[in-house]
Ligand binder design. Structure first.
Ligand code: HSC
Ligand code: NAD
Length: 700
């Protein structure tokens, strides 16, 4: 028997324990060990029942994801075969679950005759988040246990269901106090002593029979999930497998599930989503800031400036249970900021997503002040005042004077040099950028910007803080726009040039939306407001290099007083009270007149050209960022784009997507574009090098 599975006999009950830290993944060694343990239990007369449990923090997080797509494929036994054999056992098999049972881990439990769970356990089938369907019977057994509507919710959302809810739904049989293995052994004995019949999920029919006469359940569910599942294959495949559970006998349903699993696991979408899974975990690893770097405790926080971003940032702390003091220039500004926070919470309460009690608790954690002295004892300050260097330096100077020595001073700047901001303090080692994305209480990304003197301790503390407040922190270096916005500029610039050459905003928006982004660049601009960028561009006008092409379209639109949705018109127009962009002939005329004035003969621009001209420069900029060491890994850039800009997860982020397209293809197009349009489109040296070597970013 392998070390990955051990067996102890407790009074006639074989306790089979999985040992595969950190998550008891069901890799080859575990499967082999489990098979041997179950076969031995079946033939050993001294064993009357079996309990399966996991060692360490959890029962099992499921299949070993790193085995998918490996050549040669992992050997037998495969999990589905193992689970079928387990379920068919004549001796009772009880799952004793603690921590989590996810994916194949939960499917293993579904094959058992009874499922007991410790309080605090979470169970679920998150396969959909990896671009696959549950492949070891989950789509067939779960609907038979909990019914079709609940199974659709659980499997298509991929969420982890807490023990009490799981029991109420029938996913587990009982939440037990005390030691769950003891309880499972006692349960096993009862089954044996009382000759209780064994309940096999595969043999149940009443719950799926209910859905057999109401096929419209599926149509309605598909309609309900359409927006969230846009572009993804796996949610649709999950629904189809559950439909098979209703309409096919168990064995046929299993075959449908298996065929679907094998098809999806080989798909680009699943590869991309698995990449995103691992990349999201990689971002926390920083070579010169080892895992054991001591962090400072963050028990209190302050936010300076309670505008659009500051208010959202303060909510993040309150949501995580960390008391936060909000500082503003005046009582009036404070009142305004706090009113928006209250309104945001109230909206969540009215949607039923937060209780009034939780809202009150969170608001109770937010205190407000106009006195710097009140910030003396906080552990971290996040500055979110106007984007002006002089102002930021003034604020940091004051914070440095008043805050305790150990406090970390962070800036939410989106464009300014963190090193210059740090120079206004006597503690540059404790200064860092924490670039949140709007809306800051919703978007999960934090670009944590390390300055030249930021200490490993400050970095480790802020990376940990990102996790504590439910964000994904990605460490980046100082440059204009950092990682995300610098790449965004590269793409937006080309989109504007395409307008001058023949496209219109709605065409570009549609291509980008169809690619899978939440919205196109112009709808996005209208939502965010066009005036902020205009102000920044006017400030940069004097220093703009005259030899580089510059599109004036955006400025001309702002000159008309069209600042986006807030003024009812921007790149598009909007009906009163509506957020739906409508193509505006006035803008089309303006664009045509700009083309004329520039002597550009407008031509037909294909959708393919739009995609290449927008997305390839974005990737090209990512390559420059990697070369300059401003992002640690291509996967970090992917996470920035997935969590900061809604880049479709099923494409894995721009760098992973580029590898799928092929860097040679991208490089060739960039070279041609550079020949045709010059300046901005020069291929990055790293792109050239990898393309010539026949490699991808994934090979770095
Ligand atoms: C599946 O189960 C498919 C099945 O339906 C059946 C397939 C049948 C096939 C039939 C073929 C014919 N695998 O997240 P953390 C690593 S699909 C490999 O930081 P936490 C992770 O990368 C699976 N590695 O910890 C990290 O490694 P690092 C469905 C896995 O405490 C380390 O473990 N299951 C792994 O914050 C710690 O992870 C899921 O999708 C896995 N399954 O969260 C669950 N899971 O240290 C995925 C983790 O080197 N896992 N790792 O960076 C999770 O959601 C979270 O890890 C937990 C723990 C909530 C379990
Ligand atoms: P905002 O104008 O909505 O808010 C700024 C707030 O700072 C105002 O409430 C103002 O009263 C306050 N303020 C000004 N001077 C102050 C001072 N001396 N002390 C205390 N408060 C002061 O601006 P915003 O959009 O929230 O941007 C804030 C910062 O966040 C900027 O650095 C910006 O670049 C950055 N940022 C903005 C976004 C975005 O989408 N809005 C995204 C990421 C980062």
């Amino acid at each position: 028997m392998s070390d990955a599975v051990t067996v102890s006999n407790r009074d006639g009950v074989a306790v089979v324990t999985l040992h595969n830290p950190p998550v008891n993944g069901l890799g080859f060694a575990v499967r082999t060990g489990l098979q041997a343990a179950l076969e031995a239990a079946a033939t050993d007369g001294a064993v009357r029942a079996v309990v399966i449990t996991g060692s360490g923090k959890m029962f099992s997080a499921g299949a070993d994801i790193s085995e998918f797509g490996k050549t040669p494929p992992p050997g037998t036994p495969h999990l589905p075969t193992l689970i079928d054999a387990l379920e068919a056992s004549q001796k009772p098999i009880i799952a004793a679950i603690h921590g989590v049972a996810l994916g194949g881990g939960f499917e293993l439990a579904l094959g058992c005759h009874v499922r007991l769970a410790a309080p605090g356990t979470r169970v679920g089938l998150p396969e959909v988040t990896l671009g696959i369907v549950p492949g070891a019977g989950g789509t067939q057994r779960l609907p038979r246990l909990i019914g079709v509507p609940a199974a659709l919710d659980v499997i298509v959302s991929g969420t982890m269901v807490p023990a009490a809810k799981a029991q109420a739904l029938g996913m587990i049989d009982e939440v037990v106090e005390g030691d769950v293995v003891d309880a499972a052994v006692a349960c096993a004995r009862r089954y044996v002593d009382e000759h209780r019949p064994l309940r096999r999920a595969s043999a149940l029919d009443d719950k799926v029979a209910e859905a057999r006469g109401t096929p419209e359940i599926f149509g309605e569910f598909r309609k309900k999930m359409a927006r969230r599942a846009r572009g993804f294959e796996a949610p649709h495949a999950c629904v189809a497998c559950i439909e098979a559970a209703v309409n096919q006998p168990f064995a046929e349903g299993l075959a449908t599930e298996r065929e679907t699993f094998l098809r999806l696991v080989a798909s680009d979408q699943s590869k991309a989503q698995r990449h995103a899974f691992f990349a999201e975990r990689q971002v926390a690893k920083i070579p010169d800031v080892p895992k054991d770097t001591p962090t400072l405790p963050i028990e209190t926080a302050a936010v300076v400036g309670c505008g659009t971003m500051g208010g959202g940032i303060a909510m993040n702390f309150a949501n995580a249970g960390i008391p936060v003091t909000v500082f503003e220039v005046s009582q009036e500004a404070l009142d305004k900021g706090l009113a928006i926070i209250t309104k945001n919470y109230a909206a969540t309460v009215s949607k039923g997503r937060l209780s009034q009690e939780a809202m009150d608790t969170r608001l109770g954690l937010i205190s407000a002040t106009v006195d710097y002295g009140d910030l003396a004892e906080v552990d971290v300050v996040i500055e979110a005042v106007f984007e002006e260097m002089g102002l930021k330096k003034e604020v940091f100077g004051k914070l440095d004077a008043v805050c305790k020595q150990e406090a970390i001073l962070a800036s939410n700047t989106s464009t300014l040099d963190v090193n210059e901001i740090a120079s206004a303090t006597g503690r540059p080692d404790k200064v860092i950028g924490t670039h949140f994305f709007s809306p800051a209480n919703v978007m999960k990304l934090m670009e944590n910007v390390r300055g030249a003197q930021t200490s490993p301790q400050t970095i480790a503390t802020i990376m940990q803080l990102s996790k504590t407040i439910g964000k994904v922190g990605v460490l980046v270096g100082v440059c204009d726009g950092f990682v995300g916005n610098r790449m965004l500029y590269a793409y937006r610039r080309q989109a504007d040039f395409l307008l001058e050459e023949g496209a219109f905003p709605q065409q570009i928006d549609k291509v980008i939306y169809d690619f899978g982004m939440p919205m196109g660049p112009y709808a996005m601009g209208d939502l965010a407001g066009l005036d902020v960028g205009w102000r920044i561009r006017k400030g940069q006008a004097a220093t703009r290099p005259s030899h580089l092409r510059y599109s004036t379209v955006a400025d001309r639109i702002c000159e008309l007083g069209r600042f986006g949705q807030k003024t009812g018109a921007g790149w598009h127009r909007y009906e009163p009270g509506s957020r739906t962009p409508i193509a505006d002939p006035e803008i089309e005329q303006l664009i045509v007149s700009i083309s004329e004035a520039q002597g550009i003969t407008r031509r037909e621009i294909t959708d393919q050209e739009i995609l290449e001209r927008c997305m390839y420069p974005l990737v090209n900029e990512g390559a420059k960022i990697l070369d300059e060491g401003l992002a640690q890994r291509p996967g970090d850039i992917d996470i920035v784009w997935i969590y900061g800009y809604g880049f479709p997860r099923y494409r894995g982020g721009p760098m992973f997507w580029a590898d799928l397209v092929g860097l040679k293809t991208i490089y060739d197009v960039m070279r041609r574009l550079h020949d045709e349009h010059g300046d901005w489109l020069e291929p990055a040296p790293l792109l050239k090098k990898l393309a010539e070597q026949g490699k991808g970013f994934g090979d770095l």
